[in-house]
Ligand binder design. Structure first.
Ligand code: GDP
Ligand code: IMO
Ligand code: MG
Length: 430
C-alpha cells in the first residue's frame, strides 16, 4: 500500500481536489500544501455542510491528522487568519492541527494592488488572475527580496526588508501604472507584527517533520492547487499561474525528496473547465456547455466567476500524465454527464493541417489547434451517488475504459457527487 501520495489537478484547476483529499485523509497522518496560495479554492461537502478552503490543507477537518503549509506556498496572513477564524468558529481546533514553514513568502496587500492594476493595464490581454497578489508575491520570492514568515520573529530586519520592498512597489504603482494606491510602511509593518503573535507559534521545520513521519512509516498526502495546464513552465504561458503545479514541486515546495513519493493521483474532471483567459481547444459555446456549467455548478470558489466549459481533452491529459508521472486517475463529476445523449472526447488536435498529439507550448499556436473528437453514446441512468462500479451504466464503462486505454493509466476512483462518500473505489490506492 502506498504511503506518500501526491493528489493534484491534471487539467486547469477545480477538478475536485479538495473533495478527494478530504475523503482519502481518513487514512492519512498528514496533509501538505506545497505550492500556490489563496488563489486556490477547494470545496468539501460533508453531510450537506460546505467548507471552502483556500490556504489550509483539505485534511484539516480530520481529528489526529497534521496539516502543513510547505515553503512553496505564498501566504497572505490576512487570508490565513480569516480562514482559521472561520474554522475555529465551527469548533475545528486549527491550532492543534496546522503548522507552516518559516520559509513561506508572505503575500502583502501591495501585491494584491499590483496584481489588480497590472490586469487592468493589460486590457483585453489580461490573464484573468484571481487578483490575490499571487504572481507579484512569487516575483518577489524569485527576486530574493520577499518577506518570509520567519522574518516576523525579527522586527528590525522585517522593517528594513519591508521598506525596500514597499519603496520599489510604491514607486512602480505611482510612476509606471499611474495608480493612486500607495502603501504606508508603518501601517503595513504593524499589521504584520500583529499577525506574528498568532502565526509564529505555528511555525515549524516542515521538511524535518514530514521526514520524521516518513521514517515512522506514517502516511502523507501532498495536495496540489490549481492544475497542470496552469503550471508556469508547462501550462499555456502566459495564461498560467505563477507557481509550478506539477508533482515534482513537492520536492522543492515541501522539502520532501522525489524518491519518497509512492504514487501520483491525477484528479480529472470527466469534462473540462477553465477560469480566466488562455487556449482551450475543446471549449463549448453552445447549450451543452451551458448545461455542464449549470449542472456542474461551475462557478469559481474564490472569485465566483463563471467557469468556461468544454469536452474532455485527452491530448492535454497525455501531457499531464507524463510530466506528473500520474499512476492513478481519479475521475470526478461523472454524474454531471448523466442524461447527455452523446459525449465527445478530444483524441488529437489539428494544427495547420497536421495532427498533433501534445499541446503546443506557445499559447498562440495552441489557440489555433482544432480538436479531433471521438464520439460516445451517453447514458440515461443516474450515476449520481453510485458507489459500485458494476452498477454504472455500460456506456459509462465504455467511456471510462477508453480513457484508461488511451492514457495507459488506470482509473482507480470515480467521484459521483460532491459529498465525501459519493465515490466508486475501483482500487484502493492509499
Ligand atoms: P478543487 O479546486 O479542485 O478542489 O475543486 P473546486 O472545489 O474548486 O470545484 C469542484 C466542485 O465540484 C466543488 O463544488 C465540489 O463540491 C464539486 N464536486 C466535486 N466532485 C464532484 C462530483 O463527483 N460530482 C459533482 N456533482 N460535484 C462534485
Ligand atoms: P484550484 O486550486 C482554477 C487561474 C486564474 C487565472 C490564472 C492565474 O481551486 O484548482 P493567479 O491568481 O493564480 O495569478 O491566476 O490561474 N487559477 C485557477 N483556476 N482553479 C484554481 O485553483 C486557480 N488558481 C488560479 O483563474 O486564469
Ligand atoms: Mg477550486
Amino acid at each position: 500500500m502506498n504511503h506518500n501520495i501526491v493528489i493534484l489537478g491534471s487539467q486547469w484547476g477545480d477538478e475536485g481536489k479538495g473533495k478527494v483529499v478530504d475523503f482519502l485523509t481518513d487514512k492519512a497522518d498528514a496533509v501538505v500544501r506545497f505550492q500556490g496560495g489563496h488563489n486556490a479554492g477547494h470545496t468539501l461537502v460533508i453531510k450537506g455542510e460546505v467548507t471552502k478552503l483556500r490556504l489550509i490543507p483539505s485534511g484539516i477537518l480530520h481529528e489526529g491528522v497534521q496539516s502543513f503549509i510547505g515553503n512553496g506556498v505564498v501566504v497572505s496572513l490576512d487570508a490565513l487568519s480569516i480562514e482559521m477564524n472561520e474554522l475555529l468558529e465551527r469548533g475545528v481546533p486549527v491550532f492543534e492541527r496546522l503548522s507552516l514553514s518559516e520559509a513561506c513568502p508572505v503575500v502583502l496587500p501591495i501585491h494584491v494592488a499590483i496584481d489588480e492594476v497590472r490586469e487592468e493595464a493589460l486590457g483585453d490581454q489580461k490573464i484573468g488572475t484571481t487578483k490575490r497578489g499571487i504572481g507579484p508575491a512569487y516575483e518577489d520570492k524569485i527576486a530574493r527580496r520577499a518577506i518570509r514568515i520567519g522574518d516576523l520573529a525579527h522586527p528590525e530586519k522585517l522593517k528594513a526588508k519591508l521598506k525596500v520592498l514597499l519603496d520599489l512597489h510604491n514607486f512602480t504603482l505611482k510612476n509606471y501604472y499611474r495608480s493612486h494606491l500607495q502603501f504606508d510602511l508603518e501601517e503595513t509593518y504593524l499589521k504584520l507584527l500583529n499577525h506574528a503573535k498568532t502565526i509564529l507559534p505555528m511555525v515549524c521545520d516542515v521538511s524535518a517533520k514530514l521526514n520524521d513521519i516518513r521514517k515512522n512509516k506514517g502516511k502523507i498526502i501532498f495536495e496540489g492547487a490549481q492544475g497542470t495546464l496552469l503550471d508556469i513552465d508547462h501550462g499555456t504561458y502566459p495564461f498560467v499561474t505563477s507557481s509550478n503545479t506539477i508533482s515534482g514541486t513537492v520536492a522543492s515546495g515541501a522539502g520532501f525528496g522525489p524518491c519518497y513519493i509512492d504514487a501520483v493521483v491525477g484528479i480529472t474532471k470527466v469534462y473540462t473547465t477553465r477560469v480566466g483567459s488562455g487556449a482551450y481547444p475543446t471549449e463549448l459555446f453552445d447549450e451543452i456547455g451551458e448545461h455542464l456549467g449549470k449542472k456542474g455548478c461551475e462557478f469559481g470558489t474564490v472569485t465566483g466567476r463563471k467557469r468556461r466549459t468544454g469536452w474532455l481533452d485527452l491530448v492535454a491529459l497525455r501531457r499531464a500524465i507524463e510530466i506528473n508521472s500520474i499512476t492513478s486517475i481519479c475521475l470526478t463529476k461523472l454524474d454531471v454527464l448523466d442524461g447527455l445523449k452523446e459525449l465527445k472526447v478530444c483524441v488529437a488536435y489539428e494544427l495547420d493541417g497536421k495532427e498533433v498529439h501534445y499541446p503546443p507550448y506557445d499559447n498562440a499556436d495552441y489557440m489555433r489547434c482544432k480538436p479531433v473528437y471521438k464520439t460516445f453514446i451517453g447514458w440515461s441512468q443516474e450515476t449520481f451517488n453510485q458507489t459500485e462500479y458494476e452498477k454504472l451504466p455500460k456506456a459509462a464503462h465504455d467511456y471510462i475504459s477508453f480513457i484508461e486505454e488511451f492514457l495507459d493509466v488506470p482509473v482507480d476512483i470515480i467521484s459521483t457527487g460532491p459529498e465525501r462518500n459519493q465515490n466508486v473505489i475501483v482500487k484502493s490506492i492509499f
